[in-house]
Design a protein around this ligand. Structure first.
Ligand code: AMP
Ligand code: FE
Ligand code: FE
Ligand code: ZN
Length: 283
């Protein structure tokens, strides 16, 4: 059984529609795929429907923009009730922050000699409620300013680059509690990927684990090298956290993140499903 617990569709910053994503998951030989679009549940209904038609088990996930001490942390929620009031109020606030910063980033791009007309950006955002830097990157590629998303981030859009503008993210502790209260299982995505272990220290993870606010950590992820994976796996085992693995697939938007390039142990999925059922969520 091949299980990929973290993927994106064009409903956020991936390039496949939810249906295309599920078809590609099937073609990649996956039995189970979780759609975890950034800060929105909007793609789930289509993905689940496609899963039924194509014979792939689709899990309901989300990747929530959180922060700890001013550092960006991505929080995966599995099986959250998509109609949960408090969680949706917070997601709306996060999406508003995404939208509000766009004019400033467009102004900075223009000042840097890379004007992006609004209609070009609109084409890449499509009907996504969760506008993100990858949509700006795709616009920059079309306009010939950069070759690919990676170059756009490395030179211009990454958190330490000139076009980046901070936006609202939910405090991690609050995000963890919102996920659980919505019936979900909370897993920190790529904990030591772009964020270092100084910014998200072991003690913080241990504290949330001890308080039963955190369920797991994403261990097998392309942003973790072999040593980091080994350390995280040992840490998860010591703290009683679930260890997951996933591709973080973004369609053609992210190279080296092919569907199924990392997978999750079926026993871990069984435990996730049991916790969702216990909490009244919907996986
Ligand atoms: P935002 O949602 O606007 O904060 O932008 C962050 C998103 O950009 C994340 O979903 C990442 O997957 C994506 N991202 C970050 N760095 C890169 C990169 N070097 N290449 C492609 N995508 C990236
Ligand atoms: Fe993304
Ligand atoms: Fe992420
Ligand atoms: Zn992701």
């Amino acid at each position: 059984m091949r299980i990929d617990l973290h993927t994106h569709s064009s409903v956020s910053d991936g390039t496949d529609t939810p249906t295309e994503l599920v078809a590609n998951a099937r073609a990649a030989g996956l039995d189970v795929v979780a759609l975890c679009d950034h800060d929105t549940f909007d793609g789930l209904a289509e993905a689940v429907q496609a899963g039924t038609e194509l014979g792939v088990q689709v899990l309901r996930g989300i990747e929530i923009s959180a922060e700890h001490d001013g550092t960006s942390v991505h929080l995966l929620g599995y099986g959250c009730r998509a109609d949960d009031g408090p969680l949706n109020d917070e997601l709306a606030k996060i999406r508003e922050g995404r939208t509000e910063r766009v004019p400033t980033m467009l102004r900075r791009l223009a000042e840097a000699g890379m004007p992006v007309p609004e209609e070009v950006l609109a084409k890449y955002v499509g009907d996504s409620p969760s506008v993100g830097r990858p949509h700006l990157a795709d616009s920059m590629i079309e306009l010939g300013y950069v070759a690919d998303r990676r170059e756009a981030f490395d030179n211009w859009l990454a958190d330490d680059r000139p076009i980046f503008v901070q936006r609202y993210s939910v405090p991690l502790a609050q995000g963890l509690d919102l996920v659980r209260a919505a019936g979900g299982v909370a897993v920190i995505a790529h904990p030591w990927g772009r964020v270092s272990r100084d910014q998200l220290p072991v003690e913080v993870l241990a504290g949330f684990a001890a308080a039963s606010r955190l369920d797991g950590v994403e261990v097998d992820h392309q942003d973790h090298d072999a040593a980091t994976r080994a350390e995280l796996r040992a840490l998860a085992s010591r703290l009683g956290l679930l260890a997951t693995g996933a591709s973080d697939y973004h369609g053609t938007g992210k190279v080296d993140h092919d569907l199924g390039c990392n997978t999750t142990d079926p026993a871990v999925l069984t435990e996730i499903a049991a916790r969702v059922a216990e909490r009244g969520g919907v996986l």
